[in-house]
Design a protein around this ligand. Structure first.
Ligand code: COA
Length: 171
């Protein structure tokens, strides 16, 4: 396991056009390592069209930066149904297992909730993805029963292999 970086300061900000390449690198790295349901790498030309559309949509993408200004990861909130946003997270592989994922998720949720207080947040996490699961559970997500009438998801939900999580805001 990589070393946890202690007392690190990170900042998060909304993704901009110039973050397109970084986000594709992060996303394709996770696909290659089997962390996402999709197995197909995304070509740049497809990504750039998708990304431009995303930035204009109701989705919110936050990019995390460590104090030396290096950008390392993203958290994306996609509106999957009225008032329900599905969240996904990924970092550059060189930053896996250093404690940054949990921090990035926490700061992104705080930012998102500041602007969209009444929105509900959900996530789908592979049961085998221990790091990801720990990040979510540590940040006030709880496992709930998947109800397709209540929770519309971008991804098809696989009950055997995945957990369905909901964010339960701390009072
Ligand atoms: C998921 C991801 C964002 C997590 O971020 P991270 O910075 O790697 O995770 P952290 O270092 O914050 O670790 C989270 C927890 O997992 C633990 N952990 C770290 N490496 C681990 C490993 N190899 N095995 C088991 N647990 C591990 C940490 O100790 C920590 O738990 P703790 O808070 O109880 O100490 C990152 O690993 C990633 O980008 N993965 C690829 C994309 C992905 O899987 N996204 C999630 C899709 S839902």
């Amino acid at each position: 396991m990589s070393k946890i970086i202690k007392h690190i300061n990170i900042s998060v900000s909304l993704a901009k056009n110039l973050d397109a390449k970084l986000l594709l690198r992060i996303h394709n790295s996770a696909i290659k390592r089997g962390f996402f349901s999709s197995k197909k790498l995304i070509p740049y030309k497809d990504h750039i069209l998708w990304f431009k559309k995303k930035l204009k949509s109701n989705s919110k993408i936050y990019v995390g930066k460590v104090s030396n200004k290096k950008k390392f990861g993203y958290v994306r909130f996609d509106e999957v149904s009225r008032n329900i946003f599905e969240v996904s997270i990924a970092n550059l592989p060189s930053f896996y297992g250093k404690g940054l994922g949990s921090l990035l998720l926490q700061k992104s949720i705080n930012k998102f909730k500041t602007n969209y207080k009444s929105k509900n947040i959900t996530s789908i996490v592979k049961k085998k993805n221990t790091r990801s699961l720990k990040c979510f559970l540590k940040n006030a997500f709880v496992k709930v029963k998947f109800n397709k009438n209540k929770h519309v998801s971008l991804n098809k939900f696989d009950q055997k292999k995945e957990f369905y999580l909901e964010y339960k805001q701390r009072k």
